[in-house]
Design a protein around this ligand. Structure first.
Ligand SMILES: Cc1ncc(COP(=O)(O)O)c(C=O)c1O
Length: 412
């Protein structure tokens, strides 16, 4: 062993597609074109197989048994934690399994919130998913915490030139999306971290979308928290991860109480386990964690740069095929954005657009994308969204553009 990584398989979209059984489905008599991966990605056989094998061959509860199956399952569960840690260059003790990104942000807000005082400030942005707004609003309602918002440019990027004026001695946390689920624009994390350090604030990044499309190194980013959901990363639902910097997690009180998060329990006193177990009360989503570990191991075996280039090519192809149609408005045109195409069609409601596209076998999302403040910023109530993933093809990007152009004729 010379320490070098094994060679990555060449990027072959047809071979990759064959690993996703659902992609051979027909929808309304046409081949499925799945362009809703930003909401939830499809699952490769590696994930389906790992979860099935666990259920069929080695399943038990974790951490509390002395028998063989309990030990095997505990090992598989902790190995999944190692896979998550490896993916983002963290230590396994810094990875807390949660139900998803939403629960991870609620955990951080609830736990940090215990030590916040009325008048303390949290900085968010106009571009956040509701999962990164509501938990902080709870602190505003319940504790008098002040929320401030980084504005969004017309291109759909964060206007970080406004950030310094939003910060002060009472800023405790800056919580931002790493990549917008609506515009696909990517946050300049270095600028945010530098600004946060100048006032001693912690930084939380919502990595739900970014982690799918780019490599993430939490140490290089220098953030305190990073959260994501497994189901968007080709893993199962019901599992996500919270990365917390070791020193930060060590100081945080637990979020929920129950089995496995304790040091000791007496009738008049309790002590807590060390992180990460302090934050994993009760039986965790064992099978889901194993599935997420399998998804990550599978993804790590692929060439992530080649995937990113492929996804960008898909996005560029769809935009090119749709160019020149002035009834189409694309929300989010910032340079370096991810392969997420949100749009409105003049004279048509986004729900109608999505339903007509479905007749062509094309699955897109429509609505406010759990980002009502951003919709308001763009002066719309909803949009449709095509999101591209590693298993989409250029032919699918073409099929989407052609179907959308036909869809327009229903409303012209
Ligand atoms: C940017 C972003 N943050 C948070 C979430 C919430 O993820 P989940 O519902 O899996 O907890 C999503 C899901 O769409 C998202 O795209």
């Amino acid at each position: 062993m010379d320490g070098s990584l094994p060679p990555k398989a060449a990027f072959d979209v047809d071979a990759l597609r064959a690993e996703f059984p659902i992609l051979s489905r027909q929808i309304n008599g046409r081949p499925l074109v799945y362009l809703d991966s930003a909401a939830s990605a499809q699952k490769p056989r590696a994930v389906i197989g790992a979860m099935t094998r666990a259920m069929e061959g080695s399943y038990s509860n974790v951490h509390r048994g002395l028998h063989t199956l309990a030990n095997e399952t505990t090992e598989a569960y902790e190995k999944a934690r190692e896979s998550v840690a490896h993916l983002i260059n963290a230590d396994p003790s810094e990875i807390v399994f949660t139900k998803g990104a939403t629960e991870a942000i609620n955990l951080v807000a609830a736990s940090l919130g215990l030590s916040l005082q009325a008048g303390d400030e949290i900085v968010l942005s106009e571009m956040e998913h509701h999962a990164n707004i509501l938990p902080w609003h709870f602190l505003r309602e319940r504790k008098g915490i002040v929320l401030k918002f980084v504005p969004v440019t017309d291109e759909g990027a964060l206007d970080l030139s406004a950030l310094p004026a939003l910060l002060g001695p009472r800023t405790k946390v800056i919580a931002l999306t790493h990549m917008s689920n609506v515009t696909g624009s990517v946050t300049d994390v270095a600028a945010v971290v530098a600004a946060a350090r100048s006032v001693g604030a912690k930084v939380l990044l919502d990595g739900c979308q970014a982690i799918v499309h780019q490599r993430v190194d939490v140490k290089a980013l220098g953030v305190d928290f990073y959260v994501f959901s497994g189901h968007k990363l080709y893993g199962p639902t019901g599992i996500g991860a919270l990365y917390g910097r070791a020193e930060v997690l060590a100081d945080m009180p637990p979020y929920q109480g129950g089995g496995e998060m304790i040091g000791s329990v007496a009738l008049d006193a309790i002590t807590y386990a060390d992180p990460p177990h302090r934050f994993e009360a009760g039986t965790p989503p064992i099978l889901e964690a194993i599935g997420l570990g399998a998804a990550i191991d599978w993804l790590q075996g692929l060439d992530r740069e080649a995937i990113a280039a492929h996804e960008h090519a898909l996005y560029a192809r769809a935009v090119e095929r749709l160019s020149g149609h002035n009834w189409l408005r694309i929300l989010g045109t910032a340079p370096g954005k991810g392969a997420i195409l949100s749009f409105t069609v003049e004279g048509a409601h986004a729900h109608d657009v999505a339903q007509i596209l479905d007749r062509y076998g094309i699955a897109v999302r429509a609505g406010a994308h759990c980002a009502e403040p951003l919709m308001r910023r763009f002066g719309v109530t909803s949009s449709a969204r095509a999101s591209f993933a590693l298993y989409n093809t250029l032919e699918e990007a073409d099929a989407f553009a052609e179907a959308l152009i036909k869809t327009r004729t229903f409303f012209a």
